[in-house]
Design a protein around this ligand. Structure first.
Ligand SMILES: Cc1cc2nc3c(=O)[nH]c(=O)nc-3n(C[C@H](O)[C@H](O)[C@H](O)COP(=O)(O)OP(=O)(O)OC[C@H]3O[C@@H](n4cnc5c(N)ncnc54)[C@H](O)[C@@H]3O)c2cc1C
Length: 385
């Protein structure tokens, strides 16, 4: 199918539909019951990790050659979408396992792949991705973390900020400057292990949403790692980091779709039950039009996301554009749809007694991470189809 512009690739196959059913029933039975508690207590969704691991859904993208499920990009999107429909924090388990390990999949040596992808596939370890720093967010190439060669070793020093699943993950893809003269071409990527001497973590950030997903700083204090932990050649780390984002922005689009679908599903049910003026509020055309708009935007976002997933699978030339477009559009839709869902529940929607309030808070991050939506527009403008 490679290189084929067949339209069927934009649509889920029967296997994809079957996968969706399996993930939906697992998510509803084993993840949804804990979603409100995970948010309220700001704790890691261990129940979700256990359930996803038991069903082999925690890192579906890992190739079969390394013991993984070898799921294609669309199947990975469907897993993340269905988990996010009930709990956005939990959907960051499969999503960030892909984000953290994709640099190794794309650019790592066979030895690195064997060493790090196999435990990830088995569920023994999780992976995080360390690009951002306190003073280098949108301008990630302005990073200061340094890696200096010392014989057969590299010594890393610096601070990485906003690292999802920091402290929980055993493995970290870390981008660091190896040649300060060359800016982005002087950045290299490394695998750092949680157990490496000199690695430590900051306090968990107190966030608006995705409260169950730990976000912490990662401190690298004279971390000495073997030279073969470099991912790809020296100086290619920034290119690998950007190539990774081309693929994984689609998983953030998937997360946004799932959050929006969860809010729409809840609102659809609520308007049938809630009565005002002697009838269900769903009988009012003003309410029906809101639901129609929410569904319409979500359908458009899903079509764009699945088109981007097909491009990711085929490594199409327009992947960079489509990945940015899908992430930007789907996250804006998620913000609109969840805000409208709160509106449809009136005062009740504004309380934590109903899930749409959490979904609205969770939706916001999808407009910010893996590049803000302003940055996505810069990426799109530079790569217009
Ligand atoms: C919960 C959470 C989890 C995260 N997880 C990870 C992770 O696992 N790994 C990781 O490496 N990073 C992670 N990040 C970091 C995230 O990717 C950055 O926060 C994001 O890229 C923005 O960087 P910044 O926060 O420094 O904002 P800034 O870059 O300071 O941006 C501030 C504002 O300025 C705007 N802006 C900046 N430059 C331009 C421009 N050229 N044109 C127009 N507008 C511009 C931005 O759009 C934004 O609105 C996470 C962040 C959060 C909040």
């Amino acid at each position: 199918m490679a290189g084929n512009k067949d339209f069927d690739l934009y649509r889920p196959s029967e296997e994809h539909d079957e996968l969706r059913k399996v993930v939906r029933s697992l998510a509803e039975a084993k993840i949804a019951p804990f979603a409100a508690e995970v948010d309220e207590e700001g704790r890691f969704p261990q129940e979700a990790l256990d359930a996803l691991r038991a069903a082999d859904l925690h890192a579906v993208h890992v190739p079969e050659a390394f013991g993984g499920a070898g799921a294609d990009a669309l199947a990975t999107v469907i897993v993340i979408e269905e988990v996010a429909r009930v709990c956005a924090s939990s959907s960051l388990i499969p999503a960030v396992n892909k984000l953290g390990s994709l640099p190794v999949v794309l650019s790592g040596s066979e030895e690195l792949k064997k060493k790090y992808l196999s435990p990830l596939a088995k569920g023994d370890s999780m992976f995080s991705y360390c690009l951002s720093e306190p003073d280098a967010g949108s301008d990630a190439a302005g990073m200061k973390t340094r890696a200096v060669r010392d014989g057969d070793f590299w010594v890393l020093n610096g601070v990485k900020r906003w690292i999802t699943n920091a402290g929980v993950s055993d493995f970290y893809t870390v981008m660091a400057v190896t040649d300060p003269e060359k800016r982005s071409k002087g950045i290299s990527a490394f695998v750092v292990e949680k157990s490496d001497e000199g690695v430590s973590f900051g306090a968990p950030e107190k966030k608006l949403g995705i409260k169950g997903s730990p976000t912490r700083e990662v401190y690298l204090d004279n971390v000495r790692i073997p030279a073969d932990r470099m991912i790809g050649a020296e100086g290619t780390g920034f290119a690998t980091a950007m190539k990774t984002l081309d693929h994984t922005r689609i998983t953030i689009a998937a997360q946004a779709l799932g959050i929006a679908q969860g809010a729409l599903d809840y609102a659809k049910g609520y308007v049938q039950e809630r009565k005002q003026f002697g009838k269900p509020i769903g009988d009012f055309q003003g309410v029906q039009f809101m639901l129609a708009d929410m569904a319409m935007k979500l359908s458009a976002a899903r079509a764009l996301t699945y088109q981007a997933a097909a491009a990711s699978e085929r490594l199409d030339a327009d992947l960079t554009y489509l990945g940015a477009a899908a992430k930007c559009f789907a996250s804006d839709v998620a913000m609109e749809v969840t805000t409208d869902a709160v509106q449809l529940l009136g005062g009740y929607g504004y309380t934590r007694d109903y899930p749409v309030e959490r979904m609205m808070r969770d939706a916001k991050i999808t407009q910010i991470y893996e590049g803000t939506n302003q940055v996505q527009r810069i990426v799109m403008a530079r790569n217009l189809p």
